[in-house]
Design a protein around this ligand. Structure first.
Ligand SMILES: [Fe+2]
Length: 195
């Protein structure tokens, strides 16, 4: 990209409480029905879809000004509080299409966890909380979870080239799940799917 047609600097307004970015260049919502197959308890999911008019589980505001190498992609994700069975609300989770691209998350309100895993099977978790920057290293798939009872709002920043690869995790989703046990979040290995 030539300097002459590159984007101009600016400040972008967002709400730390709601995560809304009024001037976002992209926005989407994921409802519970969009997340079929990802939660452990599919019966509990279907019940909630019926009883709560297919509530929004999370939404995302993105800002990008060019697709040029070296530019950034940033925005907010808002995960609404709730559980499907004993499992906290999650995002779909992804690898970056360019696996060697990192990302940072910065929680603004609420509290949660990021589940991370590598293609070699290694897993990690990292905390999402105000006052912390969560570093998502290159090569790690990431899924965010709201373990609090208020919306979890976080800012994310990565390179515009990073891209999303939702298929890399396959139909099994991630290797670990976050469930409530005795009132507190517990990170556990995903039980094998019934055959
Ligand atoms: Fe990412």
């Amino acid at each position: 990209m030539k300097q002459s047609n590159s984007p101009f600097p600016r400040s972008v307004t967002f709400s730390a409480d709601t995560g809304v970015i009024p001037d976002a260049t992209a926005h989407y919502q994921k409802r519970l029905s969009d997340l079929r197959g990802l939660f452990l308890d599919s019966e509990a999911l279907e019940r909630r879809i019926r009883e709560e008019n297919d509530a929004v589980c999370y939404e995302n505001y993105g800002v990008s000004y060019s697709q040029a190498e070296g530019d950034l992609f940033f925005g907010t994700t808002i995960i609404y509080p709730g559980k499907v069975g004993s499992e906290y609300h999650i995002t779909r989770g992804h690898y970056h299409r360019k696996r060697n691209h990192a990302e940072t998350y910065q929680a603004l309100s609420g509290q949660g966890l990021v589940l991370l895993e590598r293609e070699d099977g290694t897993t990690r978790t990292a905390e999402l909380a105000p006052g912390k920057v969560t570093y998502i290293a290159p090569f790690w798939a990431h899924r965010s979870i709201n373990t609090s009872d208020v919306p979890l709002v976080f800012l994310w920043t990565c390179s515009i080239e990073a891209g999303h690869d939702y298929e890399g995790l396959g139909s099994r989703g991630m290797r670990q799940v976050v469930v409530e046990r005795n009132g507190v979040p517990s990170v556990e290995d995903r039980p094998p799917r019934p055959v």
